[in-house]
Design a protein around this ligand. Structure first.
Ligand SMILES: Nc1ncnc2c1ncn2[C@@H]1O[C@H](COP(=O)(O)OP(=O)(O)OP(=O)(O)O)[C@@H](O)[C@H]1O
Ligand SMILES: [Mg+2]
Length: 364
């Protein structure tokens, strides 16, 4: 899949920008705070209908402007598609595909499949379980819109159940029937979520192990384990059995909201015993596996957004990355260009970004 063009209006620091891209590689160079990440965020917005760095959509609207819009023209399976997202100050969103309004995010999700790789991803091993769940959720939501739907419905039921449990702590008032309805819903969607996650992590582990082995010159065996809070068997019974404890503590103690992943290198927990270099290799292996899994499921390459991450990888890992993603369209942001790195990448365009304006360079 190839992003051909983007149009930004009153989006972050871009008043009006129309830009065409190379189908292989696009490098954006500029000093800090010029709009490099904003550009990538705009493309990402048309994939997910949300940002990768803010929960509040209104932040993306240019200051003092009522609304922002982003349009991405892309080619997928030899078909031209156009996705637009219009945001307003109140946080309201409108999504359009080929000019027609899409009401559900789930219907947008696998039209434009993008993966972001940023320095934050390099910390995934040491970060909180929530970050690791986000990694799983983002990938699965894009390639399996049903997963996104299950997650949305699960989270909605969980929010309601938790608020009821909290009220009960204050007022000792519980509607047993409602609690049962929530548990039935949680078990229904939770079972599907766990199945998707188990399958995903199994394939992720296989793929990432191969990559880890290759980067480490055969020295490192990586295994990724799914730490599942509540397995897919009889979730409802387990939720009922945990009710007394949940009523006492005021929150739901079991379920996919407690899941995590564990990384083992040569049988040892990488979080506790791994070196920083090993953590980086795992992070890179995860990203590359993610791309491979998406390609297998959707039948074409996703688009890769590398936000400021190249300078965090040593030459060996950079070379490996470029070898592995030969046919993937790349968007790369960086504050400085190193000709040696540039030569290693696939050929393409270089752009300069300055205070919300972008110029294509003659440099290739
Ligand atoms: N809603 C907004 N309206 C206007 N300007 C904004 C808005 N949000 C962010 N900006 C501006 O965008 C700039 C930051 O852009 P961006 O995050 O893309 O920088 P960058 O080029 O990626 O920098 P770095 O190299 O530090 O990552 C800042 O100047 C900021 O003031
Ligand atoms: Mg940036």
């Amino acid at each position: 899949m190839i992003v051909k063009k983007v149009e930004l209006h009153n989006f972050r620091n871009y008043e009006n920008l129309e830009l065409s891209f190379d189908s292989s590689r696009n490098v954006f160079i500029g000093e800090n705070a010029q709009g490099k990440t904003n550009l990538i965020e705009g493309i990402y917005l048309c994939a997910f209908a949300r940002s990768f760095r803010t929960q509040n959509s209104a932040n993306m609207v240019m200051l003092d402007r009522p609304r922002a819009s982003v349009t991405v023209d892309l080619v997928s399976e030899d078909m031209d598609k156009s996705i637009s997202v219009i945001l307003d100050r109140t946080g309201k969103k409108m999504i359009k595909k080929d000019g027609k309004v899409i009401r559900k995010t789930a219907e947008l999700l696998n039209n434009l499949v993008v993966m972001v790789f940023s320095p934050e991803d390099l910390r995934i091993i040491k970060d909180s379980p929530e970050k690791r769940r986000n990694f799983i959720n983002k990938e699965l939501s894009q390639i399996r819109p049903r997963y996104y739907e299950c997650l949305r419905l699960y989270n909605e039921a969980l929010r309601q159940k938790n608020s009821m449990l909290k009220d009960n702590l204050k007022n000792s008032k519980i509607d047993e029937n409602m609690l049962d309805i929530y548990d039935l819903q949680l078990a229904k969607y939770g079972t599907e979520i766990v199945k998707y996650r188990r399958n995903f992590i199994r394939i992720l582990s296989e793929r990432a192990a191969e990559i880890q082995k290759s980067i480490s010159g055969g020295r490192e065996d990586l295994e990724i384990r799914y730490l599942c809070s509540l397995s897919e068997e009889n979730q409802y019974d387990a939720l009922v059995a945990a009710r007394d404890r949940d009523l006492y503590s005021g929150h739901s103690s079991l379920g996919p909201q407690r899941d995590d992943m564990e990384f083992l290198i040569n049988g040892k927990d990488a979080k506790k015993y791994g070196s920083q270099g090993q953590h980086r290799t795992i992070a890179l292996a995860l990203k590359l596996s993610e791309i491979g899994i998406a390609r297998d499921v959707i039948g074409e390459n996703p688009v890769l957004l590398l936000d400021d991450v190249l300078s965090e990888l040593d030459e060996e890992r950079q070379t490996f990355l470029f070898q592995e993603i030969e046919d993937v369209q790349l968007f790369i942001t960086t504050t400085d260009v190193n000709n040696r790195i540039l030569k290693k990448m696939p050929k393409g365009n270089v752009y300069s970004v300055k205070s919300g304006t972008v110029f294509k360079n003659t440099l290739k």
